[in-house]
Design a protein around this ligand. Structure first.
Ligand SMILES: Cc1ncc(COP(=O)(O)O)c(C=O)c1O
Length: 464
């Protein structure tokens, strides 16, 4: 594979200005000069000027097996030549059928049924629409309300975005406000100083139960939850939270939808985190991203036998679940997913994550000795560095709104891309990362954070 190509960055910047990127600031849309990623291999990226950068976020939490896998390219091209596409409506195709069976085998409990989508957002939207359809079939059309949480991210379709609870995104966009309810944050770091973690957990469980009772159990259809709130800043709910929220949902006959778009396919060292890490078998699991390691777009909604058996057993004639996509079960995407799973199994990548994660977390945790770093937290190979104004008050360092971006800019100068989120930096490297590469990453981060702190000092934006 030729990876020493040269590019005209200035020309690329001109061309890129026609691209309206996700979360684009439309005030500066045609002025941006982005780093253009041109080539990649393993955990490394090369920009169009030839600079080598560690891929700190694995693209967008997704390039789990790492970049530049020849056998992935081969599997994709073979499927293109064998049969690139056919309609999924009334016909099957070979890789999608094989993948459906494989996912049923890997998924916990009775989640043996797969509805293929095109990514995370379409998985979220499909699952929520399935819940609505399910309750219509059961003759309870009122049972449609959805409970989600502050700091959650569930994608960019209208309903998924409405279930997202990231404060910054609740700007000039419109949302579904009647059916979707957001619970307060489950962020242990932000609990009152004198509150134990157990009491905090009790409060969070009460938040859910009270909300169900307030809306009315006969009106609440689903609770949607990421096991770890990824884009919200790798927020890990308190111990016991997952199990107890599932129990509350069971008590009131509310479907539990686990959004594992980030946490599945190895990020926490398991195929799925719901049961293996958090001891729950939800009604529905959503996945995307790591399912193909981001090589091509694909999403999947895993649905329990219990739900489908309930529908199958209904006396009344039920109509179609009128939902699906031209590219549901796309042969090329599902072939890529099969190859991705084969690589993860053959190379023991889940085992690697379980083995290396404590080192990754411990090395990052050392950054807490920097004045500006309030907390470093994480699980598996996902972590977040949260910057604060003052370690005692824990006030988020948002005085300078772009503190995460500043750290990213400094890190890029030294060979690392981080994912900035306001006052936080999220790290989720490819799952093949080694100890020396983790060391390299942490050293660049330390310098990037320290340099940003010094800049802020000089500009009078942070007193420390
Ligand atoms: C937990 C979660 N759900 C859903 C999505 C949406 O996925 P996509 O961007 O593939 O539509 C994301 C994307 O980051 C996510 O993190």
């Amino acid at each position: 594979m030729r990876r020493n190509m040269t590019f005209d960055t200035e020309k690329l910047h001109e061309q890129d200005r026609h691209w309206v990127h996700p979360w684009e600031n439309l005030k500066t849309v045609r002025k941006a000069e982005r780093t253009i990623i041109a080539q990649s291999e393993g955990i490394y990226l090369h920009d169009s000027d030839g600079n080598k950068l560690i891929d700190g976020p694995a693209g967008m939490w997704c390039v789990n097996i790492g970049h530049g896998r020849e056998e992935m390219a081969q599997a994709i091209s073979e499927q293109v030549m064998r049969m690139p596409y056919y309609s999924p409506w009334s016909l099957g195709n070979v890789p999608a059928a094989q993948l459906a069976e494989k996912l049923a085998e890997l998924a916990p409990g009775d989640l043996n049924n797969v509805f293929f989508t095109t990514g995370g957002s379409t998985s979220v939207d499909s699952a929520l629409r399935f819940m609505m359809y399910f309750n219509n079939c059961l003759g309870r059309p009122e049972k449609k309300h959805i409970i989600s949480r502050a700091d959650a991210y569930h994608g960019s379709t209208f309903l998924g975005a409405s279930c997202s609870g990231k404060a910054r995104d609740k700007n000039l966009m419109d949302f579904e406000r009647d059916l979707v309810h957001l619970l307060p944050t489950v962020h242990p770091y932000r609990r009152p100083d004198d509150m134990s973690i157990e009491a905090f957990c009790d409060e969070k469980i009460a938040d859910l139960e009270n909300k169900i009772l307030e809306i009315g159990p006969d009106k609440v259809g689903a609770f949607i939850a990421e096991p770890i709130l990824a884009s919200g800043g790798v927020i890990i709910p308190p111990p016991g939270y997952h199990r107890r929220t599932l129990e509350v949902c069971r008590k009131y006959d509310v479907l539990y939808i686990s959004d594992e778009v980030v946490t599945a396919f190895g990020r926490l060292g398991h195929w799925f985190a719901s049961e293996d890490v958090y001891d729950i078998v939800p009604d529905i699991i959503l996945s995307a991203k790591g399912l193909t390691s981001g090589y091509v777009p694909l999403g999947a909604v895993l649905i329990s036998d219990r739900l489908l058996d309930t529908l199958g057993g209904l006396e009344a004639n039920i109509s179609y679940f009128a939902s699906g996509f031209t590219y549901s079960g796309h042969p090329v995407a599902t072939a890529a997913a099969l190859k991705n799973i084969e690589i993860i199994e053959r190379e023991g990548i889940l085992e690697n994550v379980r083995e290396i994660a404590p080192y990754f977390q411990a090395r990052l945790k050392e950054l807490e000795d920097i004045d500006m770093v309030g907390e470093v937290r994480g699980e598996g190979l996902m972590a977040c560095i949260e910057c604060v104004n003052n370690k005692q008050t824990k006030n988020p360092l948002t005085l300078d709104y772009e503190v995460g971006s500043r750290i990213d800019a400094h890190c890029q100068e030294n060979g690392l891309i981080v994912r900035p989120i306001v006052n936080m930096c999220v790290m989720s490297p490819p799952l093949i990362i080694t100890r020396p590469q983790i060391d390299e990453m942490v050293e660049i981060l330390r310098n990037g954070i320290t340099e940003s702190m010094e800049d802020l000092h000089k500009e009078g934006l942070w007193q420390g």
